[in-house]
Design a protein around this ligand. Structure first.
Ligand code: ZN
Length: 420
């Protein structure tokens, strides 16, 4: 990340933003075209471009075709393709994942690192910054960064808590671009619906079985957020009135049955031996009847909840992700059976259950999609969480919050580009 001493005047910064915005919108332009479009004087444009070229945010590019018989073609200027355009960060319960896209929206790369549960926020943000730095090296320049989409655990209720506001401010300070926060599991649902297992499906339900249990709903081609951002809190649907207390204050929620910790606790309570997921996976591999019986029961509970949700929402595709889903058939077969038993007859044979394809970096990819803000999936999505007590006077939008423009999604390649 290029740290630039903040000695640039606000006027100069405004000129830089204008030039960068034009290059982002129109692609490479020569000086004459830039001058016509931005309306800056020749001297001001010259100074602005000199500054941008010196920092590496802008590079010179050869024109596609040289017009014949008119001498040397005018040199074109372009955004540096090695500079990160949008970042996604997923602050999961026990890990941080980051992803970045470049100037043509190709994925620059992704990275992640596990950490102990309960790591303080400044350390988690520092870890995210280290990962981003490793990913894009010096190529993250403040004026070029379109935004940072950030996933956090929890529903993000309208009254934003002080911790999250602090995190948001810290991220803005570190990365310099606009910061958009959302529920990290809903962002994973966004990514799976954009590039993963539910890409192209207009009606999809996503469920993640990890240290927490959550999900996301895509209905009619748009990601549903719900009042107070509560949509997708599938983990807090009660399944056992006499069950265990849940973190949310409820009793017997699906999360108390189907989270990684709940499954491992259940395995030991039935006499199994194993403290972590690899141990459970090994027991499944060895056809340990305790492990298989437990996973059958957990899968059945999950399938019942999914059947109830399907009857309410009508998805065509259900995607299951998270580390527990990696166990595969011993968990997913009973899910499918309970789904078949509980779904209304018309959808029973049309509803497809799929494994997620993006893995644990899905939330970070969803953050990138949120930061770019151009997916039709986000067309009814609020542009930003309004600050408590502040009335947003901008017209239009959904629920009083301005809607994002409906633009065609630029196809992204998930193949990392070489960064020579
Ligand atoms: Zn709960």
């Amino acid at each position: 990340m290029q740290s630039r001493p903040d000695v640039v005047s606000p006027a100069r910064r405004g000129h830089e933003q204008a030039v960068l915005g034009l290059l982002r919108a129109h692609g490479p332009l020569n000086r004459g075209e830039l001058s016509r479009r931005c309306g800056l004087s020749r001297t001001t444009l010259h100074d602005t471009l000199s500054g941008l070229l010196a920092t590496g945010a802008v590079v010179t590019a050869m024109p596609d075709e040289a017009p014949r018989g008119r001498g040397r073609p005018a040199e074109k200027l372009a955004l540096n393709p090695a500079v990160g355009q949008a970042l996604g960060i997923d602050f999961a319960r026990r890990a941080v994942h980051v992803a970045a896209v470049g100037v043509t929206y190709e994925i620059v790369g992704s990275a992640g690192e596990a950490h102990p549960p309960g790591l303080p926020w400044p350390d988690r943000v520092a870890l995210a910054e280290r990962l981003v730095r490793r990913l894009v090296g010096g190529g993250l320049w403040q004026g070029v960064l379109k935004g940072v989409g950030v996933g956090v655990v929890g529903p993000l209720a309208g009254a934003r808590d002080r911790t999250l506001s602090g995190v948001e401010a810290l991220l803005r300070e570190r990365f310099g671009g606009p910061v958009l926060l959302d529920n990290n599991t809903r962002l994973a649902a966004l990514a799976e619906s954009t590039w993963g297992a539910a890409a192209g499906d207009q009606d999809a339900l996503y469920l993640r079985l990890s240290y927490g249990v959550g999900g996301g709903v895509v209905a009619g081609g748009v990601l549903h957020r719900g009042a107070d951002g509560v949509s997708g809190e599938i983990g807090h649907i009660p399944v056992d009135p006499a069950g265990k207390p849940c973190e949310c204050g409820g009793t017997g929620c699906l999360e108390t049955v189907a989270s990684i910790r709940a499954v491992l606790d259940g395995y030991r309570a039935r006499g199994g031996r194993g403290d972590d997921l690899p141990a459970l996976a090994a027991a499944v591999e060895a056809e340990d009847p305790i492990a298989l019986g437990l996973l059958r029961d957990v899968g059945t509970e999950v399938g019942r909840v999914l059947a109830a949700l399907s009857n309410a929402i009508g998805p065509r595709v259900i995607v299951i992700g998270g580390e527990l889903a990696e166990i595969g058939a011993p968990l997913l077969e009973p899910v499918q059976e309970a789904l078949d038993a509980g779904a209304v007859p018309i959808s029973r044979h049309r509803l497809t259950l799929r494994r997620a394809t993006l893995g644990e970096v899905a939330g970070a990819f969803g953050g990138v999609a949120l930061a770019l803000g151009e997916s039709p999936l986000l067309s009814r999505y609020p542009a930003a969480e309004p600050e408590p007590g502040r009335v947003d006077s901008r017209a239009g939008g959904h629920g009083g919050v301005p809607a994002r423009p409906r633009l065609a999604l630029t196809p992204l390649s998930l193949t990392p580009v070489s960064r020579g």
